[in-house]
Ligand binder design. Structure first.
Ligand code: CP
Ligand code: NVA
Length: 316
């Protein structure tokens, strides 16, 4: 059964994820061959941004255009939301105009409410709790770089042979990666300083899912657990909205920097991932982010292809 929204990775079944990835592969190959494909002609996507964005905004706007539709950029600052109009009234109004709503904001509940009161699909473009489009593009990138089987199903089956290590803040990106890894039977280790672990309910949820899929979700405070990683992933130490804590976080997170010393503990062909924007010299050094192991721009590109598949999945 198709889910109507993509607010959390939990909205997707394994079959949904496989379908999205199959369509992503097809869309990416069509684009590389210069083949136009416009299944969303006449469809419109409202894109609400209450936080800054480069990748999410451009990839959604270009993506809906390439599929034949129109994206409307709506700055949260310029909407009546800022002057107190409710999420419910906003949802009901936008649902009369557009075929889908993508939103980047602080409160995860606001996104759930948008879906509750509106009548069109809602896509989470990042909240304080999750970043599902990012995680879907990330694991698609892992499949491209690390899984050699001939079919998508077999490539996905290969994911379980990898050691995926997330290092840094237990944030929105870590949450969506953990949930997706659990669904895809992967082995994920999340290494954070004490006090910055991922949310307990999300950890429990991911570990519950793992029991059924054979995945493993490990939370650690020890950077040595990076040993033999096939994939190392990091993100900023202070997410949007946490800027006031930045100074204090710098010294706490310093031992968790992805630098040459950290990389030497991983497998030689370990790939390095980052959702971007990177704070070079903080969570990751220039030499690592610019190294041959780094796939950060493939990851950024895949936001476009995966999100086009998500829009077809939800809006066609
Ligand atoms: N990774 C990501 O979501 O980037 P932006 O903040 O630029 O959209
Ligand atoms: N965790 C980061 C991701 C940015 C794409 C943030 O929320 O700011």
């Amino acid at each position: 059964m198709k889910s109507k929204h993509l607010i959390s990775i939990l909205d997707l079944s394994l079959e949904d994820i496989v379908e999205i990835y199959a369509v992503t592969m097809d869309l990416k190959s069509k684009q590389k061959q210069g083949v136009q494909y416009t299944p969303l002609v006449g469809k419109t996507l409202a894109m609400i941004f209450s936080k800054p964005s480069t990748r999410t905004r451009v990839s959604f706007e270009v993506g809906i255009y390439q599929l034949g539709g129109l994206g409307l950029f709506l700055s949260g600052q310029d909407m009546q939301l800022r002057r107190g109009e409710t999420i419910g009234d906003t949802a009901k109004t936008l649902s009369r105009y557009v075929n889908g709503i993508m939103i980047r904001t602080f409160s995860h509940k606001d996104v759930e409410d948008l879906a509750k009161y509106g009548s069109v699909p809602v896509i989470n473009g990042l909240t304080d709790l999750e970043h599902p489009c990012q995680a879907l593009a990330d694991i698609f990138t892992v499949i491209e770089h690390k899984c050699r089987a001939n079919t998508l199903k077999n490539k996905i089956a290969e994911l379980k042979n990898l050691k995926f290590v997330y290092v840094g803040d237990g944030n929105n990106v870590a949450h969506s990666l953990m949930l997706l890894a659990a669904k895809l039977s992967m082995n994920i280790t999340v290494i954070t300083p004490s006090g910055y672990e991922p949310d307990k309910p999300i950890v429990r949820h991911a570990q519950d899912i793992s029991k059924g899929t054979g995945a493993s979700v490990t939370i650690s405070g020890n950077i040595e657990d990076i040993k033999d990683a096939d994939v190392i992933y990091t993100d900023v130490w202070a997410s949007m909205g946490k800027d006031a804590e930045k100074e204090q976080r710098m010294s706490i997170f310093k031992p968790y920097q992805i630098n040459a010393a950290a990389m030497s503990k991983a497998k030689p062909d370990c790939i390095v991932m980052h959702c971007l924007p990177a704070h070079r010299g903080e969570e990751i050094t220039n030499e690592v982010v610019d190294s041959k192991n780094s796939v950060v721009f493939d990851e950024a590109e895949n936001r476009l292809h995966v999100q086009k598949a998500i829009m077809i999945f939800l809006m066609k």
